[in-house]
Write a protein that binds this ligand. Structure first.
Ligand code: UDP
Length: 372
């Protein structure tokens, strides 16, 4: 029996780890427990509900106004207490959050093997995204098993002298998508009645810390200009709960007829919304992986991406945070049918939704060899 603890804190981590938890639970060689940090409690709860997962531990770290250091300290202490009570063979962490780096450090200090899901993503700029790039690197150093979505991610690890026990798996987000995409109607009244067929719909999401302030104003003003100058364009923007973002979004985009500011959506309607719109404009990481799998072009409002595979494949384009560039690039994709076809037909580089199975098999093989 491989005693496994899966740790995560935020909604995007939950989305990408939930299908893995459920896959491992189908295998009698694993005993699986789930620990959530409580960092995004409200948004994560709905993900757990969708995937029918009940956590075994909740570190309850959330408090208004606390710093990332506070979160890290509480997460580390909480996990250390768990490891004192219960022995695990492996701790699985995901991606690049404070939960990820904290859990890998505490597991390492307790001499527990760390398995890093979504390993090897790098922007190569330690300050952007902050603190995620640092979190990824720390976790890479401390992990014993690395589950890399793509070959490019493996190369990034190799450059940091991480060469053993790396497995190319694809991204678990495709497994998650397969679970939630269906052709059922939206429950939300606005989305249910919205005319996807006759409008050209842009789905906007924007929340990243490095875009707060001027970049975010540029993005919203750019989008506003595109809407004013393209009669058929509508924008749907599920605004993040963060008040810093909501105030700016409402100030700049609030009065526009064809801009629909809606509340954040649960994962299932959100994924189905990606599947129904025409174009995505986003600063999110996960959406850069989901949208290509659904044949939707993505324009990334950031200065770089740690997901160059989709850019190389031609389905994602990084358009920066300058207002004029945003207007030019969004207008181009809205108006040029050839460009639209080209981007929407590009092949998704993140696999076919078998990532969880591959991760499970890699862990099993690792322990078989180790124990033989
Ligand atoms: N998402 C969601 N509802 C929303 C907006 C996003 O469920 O209203 C999902 C989205 O499908 C993706 C994840 O949240 O899987 C992305 O989260 P986010 O952009 O917050 O983080 P990142 O991927 O940049 O770490």
């Amino acid at each position: 029996m491989i005693k496994t603890l899966v740790v995560f804190g935020t909604r995007p981590e939950g989305i990408k780890m939930a299908p893995l938890v459920n896959k491992l639970k189908t295998n009698k060689n694993f005993e699986v427990k789930v620990c959530i940090t409580g960092q995004h409690k409200e948004m994560l709860d709905s993900v757990l509900e969708i995937f029918k997962i009940k956590e075994d531990y909740n570190l309850d770290v959330f408090e208004h106004g606390q710093s990332v250091v506070d979160i890290q300290i509480k997460t580390m202490k909480g996990l250390d207490n768990i490891f004192k009570k219960e022995k695990f063979d492996i701790v699985l962490v995901h991606g690049d959050t404070i939960a990820t780096s904290s859990a890998s450090q505490v597991a390492f200090l307790n001499k527990i093997l760390v398995g890093h899901v979504e390993a090897g993503l790098r922007s190569h700029n330690i300050n952007s995204p902050f603190p995620e790039e640092g979190n990824r690197k720390v976790t890479g150093v401390l992990s014993g098993l690395h589950f890399a979505p793509t070959k490019g991610n493996v190369k990034n690890l190799n450059k940091e002298n991480i060469v053993e026990n790396i497995f190319i798996t694809g991204n678990t987000v495709i497994d998650a998508l397969k679970y939630v995409i269906d052709d059922s109607d939206f429950e939300d009244k606005f989305l249910k009645e919205y005319d996807f067929r006759n409008n050209k719909t842009i789905l906007l999401t924007c929340h990243r810390r490095e875009n707060w302030g001027k970049p975010m104003e540029n993005i919203f003003n750019g989008i506003k200009d595109v809407v004013k100058n393209n009669r058929k364009v509508h924008v749907i923007y599920p605004i993040h709960l963060n008040p810093n973002i909501r105030v700016v979004a409402k100030k700049i985009l609030g009065g526009e007829d064809r801009v629909h500011l809606i509340e954040p959506l649960d994962y299932k309607p959100f994924a189905n919304l990606i599947n129904r719109v025409d174009i995505i404009v986003t600063d999110s990481g996960g959406i850069q992986e989901e949208a290509p799998a659904l044949g939707k072009p993505v324009l990334v409002v950031r200065e770089e991406t740690e997901r160059p595979e989709a850019v190389e494949a031609g389905t994602v384009k990084v358009i920066g945070i300058n207002k004029d560039d945003i207007i030019k690039e969004v207008n181009y994709l809205v108006r040029d049918e050839e460009e639209y076809k080209k981007m929407s037909k590009a092949v998704n580089p993140y696999g076919e939704g078998k990532a969880c199975e591959k991760i499970m098999e890699s862990i099993e093989n690792y322990f078989k060899i180790k124990n033989s």
